[in-house]
Design a protein around this ligand. Structure first.
Ligand code: COS
Length: 385
């Protein structure tokens, strides 16, 4: 009997992990979240604390110096950091996105070249798929790579690259055979010291201001031939398979920021008095809180289920990865907006964290595929049967 109930609760190790990441986030990350946002500066304190505690890339396999944590554990880390600072959650988040293509399709040699430096925290890795004119339509990319003797030579540029300038490694997708569409795209690992690699100016964004987003450029950027990820022409599929693993982590970010906004709202309405009583005594306010909590909990469960499916490699994981990302991010936008409403005029100021949370939540509906693209992916999966 008991074991049936256990199926629907997190394993003890996951619960302990949550407690550890929550404690670290509240102590080391939350105190800097407002000024990281205000100054649009890199969250150095968070990177240091997450690295010292070994939470910066928990998904990396043990053979490369990582923890070998499962996908649910990875989501819990990202969720708990996002609860206090979404920008900081991109430390583990982007390490996962950047490294998954190599872990999924890279040669053993390439994994050994790249992963240990990420596992140790010395280096980070970004993911470079989008271009100015190729966002949702990722196959339409123009960046090219050609083999020249023992090297690949890349030319072009990528846009909206998270952690650009901070990362040492970049997973880059480029066209190697323009005649073959999706099957003419290959994936590479570029190092920031490679000749012909350059980072552009920082974007000025609505939210996640602590996470630098820049263009990156390749001008006859020359890398050794063995830095290709898998076989030529397999890059696009590697990019899509990566999203199966990482879209649940965006869902986790969304759940985290929504939970942060909900927690702040519960505390505020108990404190705030109007019409001679606590605002929390108004049924209109209570119903809002109940709806917010109900939606966050539904989103959280969906994210964990998606992560577990991806971990097992279930056949329907692509549907679940998109559904979890899409649902959780739509909920995060709703819940953070309601949180600002519950704070009233105060919520619209920088005196409280909910306005930052509302701005930060917005990106989760956009990146790693807009929620319109997620709906396309889900519909295709449904119709394919
Ligand atoms: N796993 C394995 N293979 C996959 C896959 C997945 N999850 N998704 C697609 N593929 C394969 C397809 O099966 C197809 O292979 P075949 O040609 O052998 O049949 C190939 O990849 C091309 O896929 P598809 O035909 O679906 O390509 P489309 O051009 O229609 O694009 C979408 C598909 C729109 C889903 C894709 O371009 C996408 O996800 N866009 C959003 C990009 C994005 O998320 N950008 C954010 C950047 S990171 S911040």
């Amino acid at each position: 009997m008991n074991s049936d109930f256990d199926l629907f609760q997190l394993a003890e190790e996951h619960q302990e992990l949550r407690a550890a990441v929550r404690a670290l986030s509240e102590k080391e990350i939350a105190p800097h979240a407002a000024d990281v946002d205000e100054e649009a500066r890199y969250p150095v304190e968070a990177r240091k604390a997450l690295t010292a505690a070994g939470f910066h890339a928990v998904h990396l396999p043990e053979e490369y110096g990582g923890d070998g944590a499962d996908a649910v554990a990875g989501c819990i880390v990202i969720e708990e950091v996002s609860r206090v600072c979404v920008s900081s959650s991109l430390v583990p988040g982007i390490n996962k996105l950047g490294s998954m293509p190599v872990l999924i399709s890279g040669s053993e040699d390439l994994k050994k070249q790249v992963m240990p430096s990420i596992a140790s925290g010395e280096a980070m890795i970004s993911y470079a798929l989008s271009e100015r004119e190729s966002g949702s339509d990722a196959v339409a990319m123009k960046t090219k790579a050609r083999l020249d003797g023992d090297n690949w030579v890349l030319n072009g540029g990528k846009a909206w690259i998270t952690n650009a300038g901070v990362s040492t490694w970049y997973t880059v997708f480029a066209v190697t055979d323009p005649e073959k569409g999706a099957n003419g795209v290959s994936a590479f690992v570029v190092h920031s010291d490679d000749p012909g690699f350059e980072v552009g100016a920082k974007e000025r964004k609505l939210g996640i201001k602590g996470s630098p987003t820049c263009e990156i450029y390749f001008t006859d950027c020359t890398i050794p031939a063995d830095r290709i990820i898998g076989q030529p022409g397999t890059g696009f599929k590697t990019a899509m398979k990566t999203f199966d693993h990482t879209r649940p982590t965006i869902g986790a970010q969304a759940v985290g920021v929504a939970q942060g906004a909900l927690d702040a709202s519960v505390a505020y309405v108990k404190e705030r008095r109007q019409f001679g009583k606590s605002v929390s005594e108004f049924q209109g306010v209570q119903f809002m809180l109940a709806d917010m909590a109900m939606k966050v909990e539904a989103a959280r469960n969906m994210v964990y289920v998606a992560a577990a499916k991806v971990e097992r490699g279930d056949k329907d994981m692509t549907f679940y990865a998109s559904a979890a990302k899409c649902y959780a991010s739509d909920i995060a936008m709703e819940v953070t907006t309601d949180a600002v409403q519950l704070f009233g005029g105060a919520g619209y100021t920088k005196d409280f964290p909910v306005e930052r949370m509302m701005r930060d939540a917005k990106i989760t509906q956009i990146y790693e595929g807009t929620n319109q693209i997620q709906r396309m992916v889900m519909a295709r999966a449904l119709l394919k049967g």
